[in-house]
Design a protein around this ligand. Sequence first.
Ligand SMILES: [Zn+2]
Length: 154
Amino acid sequence: MNCPYCTNEDTSVLESRGLPEEAGIRRRRECKKCGKRFTTHEKVVNIDLKVIKKSGRVEQYDREKLLKGIKKACYKRKVEEDDMENLVDDIETRLLNRKTIEIKSSDIGKMVLSRLLKLDDLAYMRFASVYLDFADAKEFQEFVAGSKRLTTSH
Ligand SMILES: [Zn+2]
């Protein structure tokens, strides 16, 4: 995103606001070179990726859907909207650098989880319970025990 004043490429996001439905994202940016501020209206572009569900069904990757799941998990938690957007950006970059365009939904789930763990414990648990689609309570308890081991051993 280039600065409209001096065309410098290096700008930082001050604020992001999701617009209703498919309208996109409005971002307030600041140019790191000239310091001027401007607003961008960015269209959400879905990357071409096939997601394989646990049932074996294949769906088109949907950024908004993934973001919605993360927002739900972060509901009333102290996680900034920008952090959630950055989390998804980071995952998409990783996904685009892979050789295949297919990915299991559980693999995306794990990518979100490893990042959510750094942001918020409760959001992490909430997301895990929904996204990993545990067979039963026992499987979830085992997962929680496993992640506690992960977080306390370091
Ligand atoms: Zn500038």
